[in-house]
Design a protein around this ligand. Sequence first.
Ligand code: FE2
Ligand code: FE2
Length: 269
Amino acid sequence: MRILFLGDIVGRAGRDAVAAALPRLRQSLKLDLVVVNAENASHGFGLAPAMADALFAAGADVLTLGNHAWDRKELVGYIEREPRLLRPLNFAPGTPGQGSVLVDLPNGKRALVLQAMGRLFMEPSDDPFRATAELLGKHRLGTTVDAVIADIHAEATSEKMAYAHSFDGRISLVVGTHTHVPTADTQILPGGTAYQTDAGMCGDYNSVIGMDKGAAAAKFWRRIPGERLAPADGEATLCGVFVETDARTGLAVNVAPLREGGRLAGATI
Ligand SMILES: [Fe+2]
Ligand SMILES: [Fe+2]
């Protein structure tokens, strides 16, 4: 299977870049599955239902969220009707929505997509390691599912690496989100799981992690109550990870970063 994961969409710049590129990438890369993190799509904070609809229409199969899941409150009702939209699976029991979804593809293959959220330097949540282990106990890569994609939404590199190694050989791709900067550690782990600590964002890199650099810097110099950040609005760099899996085992045989447009040095597949 040929799978593309795109990192956190930040604001209009990110939304426009993804909407423009996805139909073309689906064709040119012959993608079977596209997963996009969209937690910052709505002006940097959350995701509006209409934006989720537009991303599905543009070619996303599954959308993931993160700590900004409920910044747009309308999404609480929407997520209960839309199984292709995921929030972290280790949110407290009773939280609306799901943290994983089984996707049946037109080619007859079945993929499991999940999102977990880290706990280091993040808001409190249940254990992402145990929650993922419990879910993977119900699905076996290469037997009941043809691919497993995990979005580990976390601040700390160490937690993301520990997570990936914990599930090496049981997940096709573990990819980090949340820091908005792509890391250069793209690799296939010894057990066959493709990994990159952070996918990077789909947003304007003339910014502080996607937000207007002047206002973001000012927050470090002084705190003025009520000041709200806005996304930077220059051309976005599309950032993601491409993985190709073995048809029999579901493990990774090829992994590569994707970066195009905007300010970052490019990486093509
Ligand atoms: Fe984010
Ligand atoms: Fe986040």
